[in-house]
Design a binder for this molecule. Sequence first.
Ligand code: C5P
Length: 224
Amino acid sequence: MKVAVIVVAAGSGARLAAGAPKAFVPLAGRTILEHALHSVAGMSHEPQVIVVAPDDRLDEARGVLARVIGSGDVVAGGATRQASVAAGLALVGHADVVLVHDAARALTPAALFDRVVDAVAATGSGAIPGLPVSDTIKRTDAGGAIVATVDRSELSAVQTPQGFPAAQLIAAYASAAREVTDDAQLMADAGHPVAVVEGDPLAFKVTTAWDLRRAEELLRPASA
Ligand code: C5P
């Protein structure tokens, strides 16, 4: 079975405000992208790796990719995550399964990549990691008044890597009719089933300065 992994790293990181595109921000002595690629390098399937980077960071991304994985492709991203994934998909060679992963989920364990690949291989359908929601969730109106309490037993907070049969994902992108925030939504729009598999707390997305601090703490040696 051939696997391709698209690592999207072309976001600006406006909410992190760390002076560099988010994937190129240092985290415990490496960039966020480098951490993400180390996870990919630990997969039990050796994948084709495609990094989608800002167009002024292509050389830096090529250097990290060569150092951590040894080979792969780098392409410039677009204005939205969806456009960046599309740019990566255009470089997928012969693959049965495509995983799409946010570089910003820097601490995602390699085992989660393997779990998603195995689920797609076993079912022939998309699989995405998710965790139960622990907070009580309220639906509010524009003024902040509570309209409803959502039954959290029906909810999952979903993560990446999200995995799909390659042909289905390529066709779903070709027929995409709206802007979405994750690939599973496009697959659902195209009528393909997608299942949630058990996620991992370490796959949290570094979005804010607080998330970066949490990641630094988690990477700190126990004796420090
Ligand atoms: O902005 P957000 O944190 O949701 O982005 C999720 C992932 O998508 C990040 O790894 C980011 O680099 C990537 N992205 C991208 N191109 C964009 C926007 C986001 O590759 N235009």
